[in-house]
Design a protein around this ligand. Structure first.
Ligand SMILES: [Zn+2]
Ligand SMILES: [Zn+2]
Length: 460
């Protein structure tokens, strides 16, 4: 499917010099009428409000829709700058030339697309990302305005300017509302329409990979749910041409589909066009679901299991997250790299595993911090630093003092948080044991459903 050679992309990236000025100019040149101005003001309020919510790593997708309508063509650079200023940050790290790394690893984060999808590109360059994820529209609303022509044009121009290969290193994330396993006819149609709309947006933007949560059984059998998901995928594949749909592995149990590799395999088995389906592994979800990655031996075993159950050829992307919650806890709590229960050694294994070269690797780690006024603010420097940290692991000797020191430092940094979550998990297990199996099964299932489908950014 993907034709451009990895080497070429690497070379192009090596040549790419990041600069803020031309980006600002390109966006400033776009049109915005009086009508749009009102929208921009709204965006501004929403963005600043959003900063107080410490859950998702990305801005509310609602802001994605504030793309100036296609009919507004008159230039008003001043107004657009307002949007930019609100949605963007400053250059926090320059992108590493991928060709300069010992292995071709494309690392980035799930960035904001507030103000329009085109802004995600600049947001990615600001943190030195060589791959990135975004929401194509609001991830929590059923209806969204169509993709504006202007946003599409700007997206393509920015791609070119910043040398990102949309066919390989951009990984949009699907809506949290969509459940392709939905049995109810009306709800299934609503889910399918939203899903298809996202795939069509991918194709309009030249994006090949699209990642989504498989869904929830809603009480039906896993077999039925997998069948429904595959049927919806078959329909969506027929209605589009190139986009490859990637099932994300989940951490949950109960009604959530996709926490076992076997479930991903069963969906793929029923997909007609195998070239249009794949998997995105979230390291936190895998670990919480009971797939160990902590030691090189555990990593090798999990990869071998994935290969034998699903097949390595289907592995197309990674979400790189450490886990605040312990192994097999089925809790989705993303931690910063090296500070969680996975630890830095797990990420060293990933960074040095040859078959993973060229895949988009996306951080969804927490970046919310308390400001001096006590309010929560996003600190994107955390992502910029984590990208550089992960890149530094490529080719690093894991027995070296340099690695051991870093590993120890990060482990200590996350100690109190890990302990806090461990206590919660222990307490819950104790409570469940006391309550007996009856109440446990009933009470926990719906909660877990919610947790797993809605918390790719630790909204627990
Ligand atoms: Zn998650
Ligand atoms: Zn996700």
């Amino acid at each position: 499917m993907v034709r451009q050679s990895a080497r070429k992309v690497a070379q192009a990236m090596a040549a790419a010099v990041e600069s803020k000025t031309p980006v600002a100019r390109a966006v400033g040149a776009s049109g915005a009428s009086v009508k749009t101005k009102a929208k921009i003001e709204t965006t501004k309020t929403k963005v600043s409000k959003r900063k107080t919510t410490p859950s998702e790593p990305e801005l509310n997708g609602e802001d994605v829709e504030n793309i100036s309508p296609a009919e507004d063509k008159k230039p008003a650079p001043k107004k657009r700058k307002t949007t930019k200023k609100t949605a963007e940050g400053t250059l926090l790290a320059t992108r590493t030339a991928v060709a300069s790394l010992k292995r071709e690893m494309h690392i980035g984060a799930h960035v904001s697309s507030a103000g329009g999808v085109q802004n995600s590109i600049e947001n990615a360059t600001h943190i030195g990302a060589n791959a990135f994820a975004l929401f194509l529209k609001s991830q929590r609303k059923w209806t969204s305005p169509p993709l504006a022509d202007e946003a599409k044009t700007q997206f393509h121009a920015m791609l070119k300017q910043h040398s990102y290969d949309a066919r390989k290193h951009i990984l949009p994330h699907g809506s949290y509302l969509v459940n392709l396993a939905q049995a109810d006819e009306a709800k299934a149609t609503q889910a399918y329409d939203n899903f298809l709309d996202d795939l069509q947006r991918c194709e309009a933007l030249g994006i090949t990979l699209y990642n989504f949560h498989p869904g929830s059984t809603g009480g039906a059998t896993m077999k039925e749910a997998c069948g429904r998901i595959a049927a919806q995928l078959n329909r969506a594949h027929k209605a589009t041409e190139t986009v490859v749909t990637l099932l994300e592995n989940m951490c949950g149990s109960g009604n959530v589909v996709g926490s076992r590799f076997e479930e991903l395999r069963d969906i793929i088995a029923l997909v007609d066009d195998k070239a249009r389906v794949g998997v995105c592994i979230d390291t936190c979800h895998a670990f919480a679901a009971g797939y160990d990655l902590r030691t090189p031996a555990a990593f090798t075993k999990t990869m071998a299991e994935f290969d034998s159950v699903v097949g390595m050829k289907y592995l197309r992307a990674f979400h790189l997250n450490d886990s605040k919650a312990p192994f097999g806890s089925h809790r989705d709590l993303h931690a910063n790299i090296g500070t969680g229960c996975l630890g830095l050694r797990a990420f060293h294994s990933i960074m040095n595993h040859e078959p993973l070269q060229g895949l988009p690797m996306v951080l969804e780690t927490p970046i919310d911090e308390k400001g001096p006024d006590g309010k929560t603010v996003e600190n994107k420097q955390i992502w910029a630093d984590e990208i550089k940290l992960l890149e530094s692991l490529v080719g690093m000797d894991a027995d070296s003092a340099e690695f051991k020191e870093k590993e120890k430092e990060l482990n200590a940094k996350g100690a109190s948080e890990r302990q806090k979550i461990q206590e919660q998990v222990d307490k819950k297990a104790e409570k469940d044991a006391k309550k007996g199996t009856k109440g446990k099964a009933k009470g926990r299932k719906s909660k877990k459903d919610e947790e797993s489908c809605d918390s790719c950014g630790e909204s627990d």
